[in-house]
Design a protein around this ligand. Structure first.
Ligand SMILES: Nc1ncnc2c1ncn2[C@@H]1O[C@H](COP(=O)(O)OP(=O)(O)OP(=O)(O)O)[C@@H](O)[C@H]1O
Length: 263
């Protein structure tokens, strides 16, 4: 595992926001996200999410599960600030994300890597240019971009497809480009919606290894999945389960994560 973490560390050596964030070394665990009685209603329909309260401990790995329609994607959209809640409090990176002025949202979003369920690749850019996008947006010198991009494409098994446009890629290939793009800037938080839904079990393991390595480098990871097998592959991960728009938290551990020191 250490070899994989080091390999990933070499690829994601660039941090895409312009300041240092607290890694895991010796730092006391803080909560990177806090939801208090959050509700979400689309239009004037019933609440899709109700009374959602939890905190995500910085540097932890979470799986989000739940039946189809339980509200996983909706919860993730609140997390990466694509959606404002109808009620409740959301604190992200220590700030109130609900009342935050719109102008500040892009800066916050840049600290979050997102793997969308429908990939959202830029259609006129090649796979390599899609992966390079976060680095270019962050102003990384052009001369420094090619190497991490090709290493990342190699990790997800797409070296041969680097020049291909998204429309010529299979669903699984597009998904791997989307994952490479989400992780290449070593985000502070990674949010992934069914990131292994279109790949074979062997590739799913490899992608999970990538998430796990990124997590060991300090990124807080949240993965929504139906795949029980996948969940068992990260024994240290915490489970979050949505049941009809409510978070199942009988012991209150999600609401009040135990404070712990990392080595
Ligand atoms: N933009 C929207 N407008 C109206 N209703 C929506 C919208 N997005 C989601 N919903 C509804 O909210 C509920 C939860 O949807 P959501 O996509 O969050 O569930 P999910 O758990 O991610 O499902 P799946 O596993 O099938 O992706 C569903 O009933 C869905 O129809």
């Amino acid at each position: 595992m250490q070899a994989e973490v080091e390999a990933v560390a070499r690829i994601v050596r660039w941090r895409m926001w312009g300041f240092e964030w607290e890694g895991t070394s010796g730092a006391a665990m803080a909560n990177i996200v806090q939801f208090e009685n959050v509700g979400l209603r689309y239009g004037d329909g019933p609440e899709t999410l109700s009374d959602i309260s939890f905190a995500l401990a910085a540097g932890s790995f979470y799986f989000l599960s739940g039946a189809s329609g339980a509200g996983k994607t909706s919860l993730l959209r609140l997390l990466y600030l694509a959606q404002r809640p109808s009620r409740g409090i959301i604190r992200l990176f220590g700030e109130d994300a609900v009342t935050m002025p719109r102008a500040r949202l892009p800066g916050f979003r840049r600290r979050i890597g997102v793997v969308f369920q429908d990939f959202r690749l830029v259609p006129h850019l090649s796979a390599a240019d899609n992966v390079a996008l976060p680095l270019r947006i962050a102003g990384m010198p052009e001369a420094d971009i090619a190497e991490p991009v090709s290493e990342m494409l190699a990790w997800v098994g797409l070296t041969e497809r680097a020049g291909a446009k998204p429309e010529t890629l299979s669903g699984g290939e597009q998904q791997r480009v989307a994952i490479a793009r989400a992780v290449i800037g070593r985000p502070e938080m990674l949010v992934a919606d069914e990131p292994t839904g279109n790949v074979d079990p062997e590739m799913a393991e490899r992608l999970l290894l990538l998430f796990d390595s990124l997590n060991r480098l300090g990124t807080t990871v949240v993965v929504a999945t139906h795949d029980l097998h996948l969940m068992h592959r990260v024994p240290s991960a915490q489970m979050m389960r949505l049941v009809k728009g409510r978070l199942h938290d009988p012991t209150g551990t999600l609401r009040h994560p135990p404070a712990r020191e990392l080595a």
